[in-house]
Design a protein around this ligand. Structure first.
Ligand SMILES: [Zn+2]
Length: 429
């Protein structure tokens, strides 16, 4: 295949945004050349060429719960959102990816072309004997829950299970991703509480549950020297613990999600179950503290925790019955950029949070996360200043419901290339 070239006055390179020509041969970037002033760019100057995003927290649910979300719809939504790699969570598909056999079933269901699909394996009680085989078969790392996961086939672990699993993972050099809410610290829901009030849901998952879980994880990291990654951090109160752990040399990282960076409890009306997730979206002060933690580097990255379900499962306004999960693959780039730009944060930071750092977490940083010769030709071409109003009916995810519906967001994806293939947009801008 002859090389293709993309010439733009604004290419986000490791050295900053500059005019450049990118040469793509097959699936790889084969050259990046400074653009001479006289060469004609292929793209209007409003457009920015950036490394494709890597989303390390996606629940595709196929096989087994494809009616919630499947690979065809999820990868299509990812491409439309400028995401060129997803790392699929080991649950809510059936079987859960806790055995080599289940990983085989997952692989057979996943596409081999287009948006790249990678996998996390699961750590559940009793599967320590499967972890090495899953690692040899290529999972990027593992995921576990400290509190109930929401599905029966993926049981929560106890410290004893982690004492068996973590030394194995440390030996393999792979991270353990943890849903960090400590079950004993979750709030009890009083029988008289109104299930339709957001405050009921919020009170049932207090910040202490996150803090207590992370304290346990820090102790286990110290004991086993394993790499631990806290998924969907939703409170600033655990940040001192994380900072101190890292200062003492422990390998512990954390992510937060677009919804914690966009919404705030004070603005969530009762019955708005499209915003139900765990841990819950907390108050404005927390949202701002999470932004400061991203800016300072205390939080490493942003992942979507894309987790759709059939609309009927989102309940009829009852927070205690509704499925917890927010789908945002297609909207994560504009949602995060809208909020980042409002806070004066530059677009270069987005690449670190949404491409380079997640690629490192998944062990694919050698191929992803920057525009450089030898790396995969994963690119998003987008207009950071164009705005649009979200119409959920137009989304590509299987079930359209999203709390972003009707919001004006900034940043429109024009074209996405995954491993050299155009997966979204058309080639003639
Ligand atoms: Zn999740």
């Amino acid at each position: 295949m002859p090389p293709i070239t993309i010439r733009s006055t604004r290419v986000l390179l490791p050295t900053g945004i500059q005019p450049a020509e990118i040469e793509i041969t097959g699936a790889q970037i084969t050259a990046v050349r400074p653009l001479e002033a006289i060469s004609t760019p292929h793209l209007p100057s409003s457009m920015l060429v950036m490394p494709g995003l890597v989303d390390t927290h996606v629940h595709v649910n196929e096989p087994g719960r494809t009616d919630w979300e499947g690979f065809a719809t999820a990868t299509s939504a990812a491409a439309a959102g400028g995401i060129t790699t997803i790392v699929d969570m080991p649950l809510n598909s059936v079987p859960a990816v806790t055995t080599l056999k289940a990983l085989g079933a997952k692989r057979r269901a996943a596409p081999v072309d287009g948006v790249e699909v990678q996998f996390w394996g699961g750590v559940v009680p009793g599967n320590a004997g499967e972890l090495e085989a899953l690692a040899s078969a290529g999972v990027c790392g593992f995921k576990c829950f400290l509190s109930p996961s929401g599905v029966d086939e993926f049981a929560a672990v106890e410290p004893g299970d982690l004492r068996r699993a973590l030394p194995i993972l440390a030996g393999l050099g792979l991270p353990l991703l943890v849903h960090a809410e400590w079950p004993a610290s979750l709030g009890r829901i009083p029988p008289a509480a109104d299930p339709r009030a957001y405050s009921t849901w919020l009170a049932s998952r207090p910040p202490e549950a996150e803090v207590d879980a992370i304290a346990q994880l820090v102790a286990l990291a110290r004991e086993t020297d394993a790499r631990i990654h806290v998924v969907h951090l939703a409170t600033e109160r655990a940040l001192p613990l994380l900072r101190e752990a890292r200062r003492s040399g422990l390998r512990i990282t954390a992510e937060t999600c677009p919804h914690y960076l966009t919404f705030a409890a004070e603005e969530i009306p009762d019955e708005a179950t499209s915003l139900k997730c765990a841990p819950p979206i907390r108050g404005r002060a927390t949202r701002e503290a999470l932004w400061r933690a991203l800016a300072s580097g205390d939080i490493d990255l942003i992942a979507t925790d894309h987790s759709p379900c059939p609309p009927a499962m989102k309940g009829d306004g009852d927070f205690l019955r509704a499925w917890g999960g927010i789908a945002s693959l297609e909207l994560s780039l504009p949602a995060v950029w809208t909020a980042a730009a409002e806070r004066g944060l530059p677009v270069e930071r987005l690449v670190e949070w949404m491409s380079a750092a997640p690629a490192r977490l998944a062990g694919i940083g050698g191929r992803k996360g920057s525009i450089e010769p030898g790396k995969d030709a994963d690119l998003v071409i987008w207009d950071p200043d164009a705005t649009f109003v979200v119409d959920e009916r137009a989304l590509r995810q299987r079930h359209k419901r999203t709390p972003y519906d009707g919001r004006r967001l900034r940043g429109r994806v024009i074209r996405t290339y995954a491993r050299g293939r155009l997966v979204y947009g058309d080639s003639g801008v």
